[in-house]
Each structure stands twice: as C-alpha cells, then as structure tokens.
Design a protein around this ligand. Sequence first.
Ligand code: NDP
Length: 294
Amino acid sequence: MTAAIIDGKAIAATLRGKVAGEVARLKRDHGVTPGLAVVLVGNDPASEVYVRSKSKAVVEAGMAPCDFKLPATASEQEVLALVARLNADPAVSGILVQLPLPPQIDSQKVIAAIDPMKDVDGFHPVNVGRLSIGLPALAPCTPTGCVMLAKSARSSLAGLEAVVIGRSNIVGKPVAQLLLAENATVTIAHSKTRDLPDLCRRADILIAAIGKPELVRGDWLKPGATVIDVGINRVAGEGGKSKIVGDVAFDEARNVAGAITPVPGGVGPMTIACLLLNTVRAACALNKLQAPSV
Ligand code: NDP
C-alpha cells in the first residue's frame, strides 16, 4: 500500500482563504476588523521567525496586526501590564504571547492573565477546562489542525481507535480531548508507556507529538492507518546540510499507512491557519456575532 499524502499546505491555504472571507464579511456587515496582538519577549531566533510568519499571515487574511517586542530583560510585571492593556483594548480580538518566555517570567502566570475570550492559543486554564468538559472553547491551534487533517482523510473519526504519542499541554493532551470530542476511542502514550510499538499497531489514527526524529517505524503501524506527524526535528542531512524530519519514519510509514502527513508541509502550515481561525472566532464572540461556519 502507498499512503495518500495529506497535503497540509493545501488544506491550510483553503482554510486561510475561508478565514479571509469571514474577515471580509465581518468588516462589511458589522464594521469589525479582527486584530491579533503578538507579544515577543527577547530574541529567540526561532520565535522571531515564527512571529514574522504569523504577522504576515494576519495581514494576508485582512486582519489588523499589532506586534509588541519587549527586551529579553523585561520583567514579569512589564509583560503582565502589557497583557492587561491588550485585554482592555477593543481593537484586539486575540492575544498571543510567544513561548518560551525568558526564565525570570512565569509563563503560567502570563497565560492566566490573558482574557480567556482573547486566548487564541487556547492555553488559558478556562479554555483548557471548557474543552475538557465539552463546552465551546478556543482550542489550541496545532491540535485543532491535527484533527482537521485526520478528518480530511476520514470523514468521521467516530468509533476509531486513536493513539496520541505525547502528553504535553500544548499538543498531546488537547489533541486527545479534540479526538474524544469527535467520538474516537483515545489512548495517550508517553515516555513511560510499555510496548509502544504494539500499542501503535492498534491505531486507526496515530498522532505523533514526541520530538524524537523518526521514532515511529513503519512496522509500528496498522495497515491503512491515518498518521499525523506533529514532530519537527532538525537532523544532519546530505552534504553537511541540516534537514527537518518528523517523529515518524516517513519512507517506511508510507508503505503501510492509508494516509500520512509529510514533514514539512503537513501539520506545520495548519497551526497558523488555525490561529487565524481562532482570532476570527474570538472577534465574533467578543462582538456577540455568530461564529464562522468553518
Ligand atoms: P514535549 O517535549 O513537550 O512533549 C513530548 C512528549 O513526548 C512527552 O509527553 C514525552 O513523554 C513524549 N515522549 C518523549 N520520548 C518518548 C518516547 N521515547 N516514547 C514515547 N513518548 C515519548 O513536546 P511538544 O508536545 O511541545 O512537541 C512535540 C513535537 O511536536 C516536537 O517535535 C515539536 O517541535 C513539535 N511541534 C510542532 C508544532 C507544529 O506546528 N507542527 C507545534 C508544536 C510542537 P513524557 O511526558 O513522559 O516526558
């Protein structure tokens, strides 16, 4: 079997187009322009690249960007004061504080200070709680993207066995909650899980969010499984150059899986598209307007 490739780039482009349509509708019919405030503290190069691509995507979707850069020496009080200002600003529909934060700043304290209605990363305890009890919530972007990709390969996830490898608060746990909400039967695996290969062989849907290059081998997969590879790992490539690989050994897996996301070009592009979607959702909720249909 050769797996179908789940084209995250194309699916994300379609989603971004729909979001741009919703933004245009909000402006035209309600005079509302969704605005995303991105707060970057310090100069972590990976964060800087990510923040730049978010801001570009925000502009392309027709939203108002609003970027804040604080020095690496900024105090927790300064960051909290900025968050309070953004919470009170009606032009700001979504607030994203780029993680990781410098060590003098307590990330959990900053996340908890964001208005849950503007928490487009979906990390605030209120949104985490709402997601877990099945209430409407701003759900984290990468997990939302993972489930959209899985649903692009299987129209319904109901009753399917889903195995999520990874239990982080930003990917593993929320993706498990979202799969549960789709009525999948969900197992969460982690570094202490016994016989991981055997567990994976049960999975109709396998989500790998580990951060270990090509840990998941082809013979760990159930034939026909849908494989969503969240991992982003930089490894040595040919000619001394580095390359990015996922958590799944793609060349082996594509001979067994029914559908698989590539790395890059799978989950990655969905994260920003879902961030834009969350910003539009937040703008609708803040203005008591109907949520977008996407
Ligand atoms: P974390 O390091 O926070 O979590 C990794 C998880 O993998 C942990 O739960 C850990 O278990 C588990 N794990 C580690 N080693 C093993 C093992 N040998 N067997 C089974 N489980 C194991 O990572 P994140 O969740 O933040 O990210 C995971 C990957 O996804 C990374 O490569 C990251 O770069 C990528 N990522 C990609 C995004 C995108 O947009 N495409 C967005 C976010 C992340 P334990 O809890 O026991 O330690």
